[in-house]
Design a protein. Structure first.
Length: 92
């Protein structure tokens, strides 16, 4: 949930690029950072999304329908203390 602004392509060993395990996309795939990219803490990334400063937000979902609907975030009959995580970002 930490952020990388300036996401690059997959590392290309033929160009001398090596995989940096700290740079991953939402699918947990290793990516690169473009020149001038910046990294930031998850609290900053959530604030940028919630504040409407981002054009695109990519979330990972455990289950979703073919039309992109996310599965329920709670189990019926169980105590719900809050939606948690990034569920509120879905509407951002």
């Amino acid at each position: 949930e930490n952020g990388l602004m300036g996401l690059g392509p997959y590392p290309d060993p033929s160009l001398g690029q090596t995989a940096d395990p700290d740079y991953i996309n939402a699918g947990k795939e290793t990516v690169t950072a473009v020149p001038g990219a910046s990294t930031f803490h998850s609290s900053e990334s959530f604030n940028m999304i919630r504040g409407g400063h981002m054009d695109l937000t990519i979330l990972g979902g455990m289950q979703c329908s073919s039309s992109g609907d996310l599965a329920s975030f709670f189990i019926p009959g169980k105590l719900l203390k809050g939606m948690g995580g990034a569920m509120d970002l879905v509407s951002s």
